[in-house]
Ligand binder design. Sequence first.
Ligand SMILES: *Cc1c(COP(=O)(O)O)cnc(C)c1O
Length: 355
Amino acid sequence: MSKVHNFSAGPSILAPVAFQKSIDAINNFAGTGLSILEISHRSKEFEAVMDETKDLVRTLMSVPEDYDILFLQGGASTQFFQIPHNFLRTSAAYTKTGVWAAGAIKEAKLYGEVRVLASSEDKNFSYIPKGYTIPDDVDYFHCTSNNTIYGSQMQQFPDSPVPMFCDMSSDIFSRPVETSKFDLIYAGAQKNMGPAGVTMVIVKKSLYNRRPEGRPMPSMLDYKLHGEKGSMYNTPPVFPILVSKFNLEWVKENGGCEGMEARNTEKASLLYNAIDSSPYFKGTVAVEDRSKMNVCFVFNEENPDLEQKFNAACKEAKISGIKGHRSTGGYRASLYNALPLESVQALVNVMETFA
Ligand SMILES: *Cc1c(COP(=O)(O)O)cnc(C)c1O
């Protein structure tokens, strides 16, 4: 079978070497004669995986020593309420830049006042709002670095007078970020880190004393407890962590986040150039806010006949996963780290031949 070009928005493409190593570990994990699927998470072999994965994250993202790196469950969606549960005492500030940001706002409202500092909802989330001021009398500021569904991406992060939290689910490890500027970063693994089933949280330990007084704290929601227990308070998602480790090793071997940024810039330029020079297609996001991870485009004019032909041509070329999100329509090509340039070239070829 010839190769499928996988543009899926998530769960998404991973480095092929990660699949091969995962298969080996299912058969015989770390020379134990046991499968990774049947071994204790307290075994020294898995504890080593946990430590190595954290070390990789610490190196790749230059995470300072006073931050915990946690591997939790429940997806990024659980972070939408775990964050306010731990840190929203009276009010918090959010930007509303897409479906996921709106989801985070909805959950925070369960805990207190939410000030939406800026929103791009007026233009169907097609840009990143700028020029807002973060107040200094809120408990924290929350933003979304990359809007997976709409294809917009923050190119800069504001200076915040209060702790800054960021949902980086869909662009983590895709470019260097100044981790120390943030107090908490989280990401569901399944976009650019590993398979579904683990959520990474990078949290500054000094935040732990900001928890709301008197609020009951179920153990599983307690970042501090997870930190103290080294993400082993309960059974961690053993297999997704291992696969993430294999994928991150590939990232490291390929130049780390700097290397990924160069790779992703090349891929995104190729595709955006093809969109901009095509008489048939147009991008849907303000040029300066375009995402290098999720490239959204539509036909210039609605034309079901052309769409059908284009879809058939993509299928023929084994291009998979470019249908836009059900809430936006059109097309979305996700160019996560592991997607090779040749896949983007295959899509561009179809667009050009089609024209
Ligand atoms: C996919 C996504 C989420 C939701 O992640 P789950 O792990 O499915 O809960 C949240 N935020 C962003 C930016 C996403 O891309």
